[in-house]
Design a protein around this ligand. Sequence first.
Ligand SMILES: [Zn+2]
Length: 644
Amino acid sequence: MLSGCRRALPAALRLAVRGWAGGGGRRRVSTSWSPVGAAFDAKQQRSRLTGQSTGLFGVPELSSPEGFQEAQEKALQETEQLVQKACTTPPGPQIVMIFDQLSDALCRVADLADFVKIAHPDFAFREAAEETCRNIGTMVEKLNTNIELCQSLKQLLADKEVMDSLDPETRQVAELFMFDFEISGIHLDEEKRKRAVDLNVKILDLCNQFLIGAHLPNKIDKQILPEHIRYNFAVEGNYIQITGLHADCSDDLVREAAYKIFLYPNAEQLRCLEELLTSRNHLAQLVGYNTFAHRALQGTMARTPEKVMQFLETLSDRLFQRTLKDFEMMEGMKMKLNPQNSKLMPWDHPYYSGVLRAERYNIEPSLYCPFFSLGACMEGLNFLFNQLLGISLYAEQTEKGELWCEDVRKLAVVHENEGLLGYIYCDFYQRADKPHQDCHFTIRGGRLRKDGEYQLPVVVLMLSLPHSTKNSPTLLTPGMMENLFHEMGHAMHSMLGRTRYQHVTGTRCPTDFAEVPSILMEYFASDYRVVNQFARHFQTGQSLPKSMVSRLCESKKICAAADMQLQVFYAVLDQLYHGEHPLKRSTTEILKETQEKFYGLPYVPKTSFTEMQLLQKEPEGQTAHDLLPPYKSHQYNPLKQMDI
Ligand SMILES: [Zn+2]
């Protein structure tokens, strides 16, 4: 694997570093850098207000929404020139370099737009970014089926002598580019290639439509809900808006109502889902795969759906008895708290497992929060990276127009010998219209440029943390702290996976490998030796007692089997939806059967998961991850289809 290693810092790449004057191993800090912890605990650190606007992320065109059009046109122009160049260059390492430049020209705009369309508070920016994503996406599909372009790569791959002379990294990247042509149907005749492009564009649109639908609240006549629970929801005239599952609410009836109403099947969403699955299947078959799952899994460590199903079935078998015990415990607790209605239902799982954890280990978040101020956690991460990797994080002053929201912080990631490695923008605080999803976005991939300088990677970490108040800084629950560590794992993967080519940089690796560094970071977040370094009471400075860290770790084992069983159920459902077509039953019937077989809690009639982001399947975007709050959400993967 090219980009997998966490410590992939090739000594060959001595970097030219902006704002960095490293030498003799002594660290000198740029004047615009400040300590990371203070930047997060202090009030607003504003961008420079004077001077000209630099544009979002320092991209000059993006000072206004209209700039997206300009950035897009520039990228498309550059693409055209590079395609020409690729088609006229003789076989050699140059070809791989040109392909990577081509991919970079498109990704630099598309990845940035992909983030802005989701996160910018200004609708005009979101709309412009969306349009750019669509146009560049279409261009990528066209290039992936461009015969002449493919031919130049083929010539290189066929030339044994030249191939043998290439270094392994260049060879592998050449093969990966060819793989992208193949899964896009380059081998087909012209008419079929055109159909593949059309299908890809249609799939992109359906995905967008499905995602928008998944976030929409469901509205019902308020008379339908018992009066005493209405206050839990937003009331609009005669209607009640249900925006989510209210999984943490202590009232069983509120959770039940939220579950049944929020997941009530929506005919339009169901149609969109089925059309999406059918289109994905058509595309996969058109380019020579049995199913979409085969196509999506080919480039991963798991490789085939057969292996995935085998793994999930074995896992499910092994979990089964333990899951039953967990459900029995939850049911026992429900019986104790609500004797009239003690049957365990799907809306009870997150809540009662939480009650059990709290009862056994007294892990009330409010006991922990004061020890986990955001500043302290960031210092903790800084300390950890320093010890493990010789890396420090500094808050950097931002320029006018660089940020989309003033509470975003920009971190410079600096290695003791290599210098500045890249930038992490921390978009950590809640705001209206911002998705409640913890995500990592690649904005720009790292690569060695032709002039010998290294293009520094830029990423965004998005969380939804509360703002500080008059009396306290932002305080994190243990769950939020763990998520912060997880997402930071993705960011560091992006900073450290320094490859010559951006096509395989950082998290642009097999999707099932991309979670490895982050899962490792979760282990650090629950190790006393790490936590003890930073968890200090924000008022008294007292450290978090060892017994409290142990209780937290022990509590994670409670109901862990049932939690994993739920993930198995989602994964199997994903496999079935993207498996053999035509589907033998409706998507809702498959959901019911799978839930009964692989989860164990009863299916609730008239619910479907079309309100959820179940179908985020690579290569269309996010990976399918944990679906029900309060389980963690995950990384936002770079659009793989952008990597032509
Ligand atoms: Zn993740």
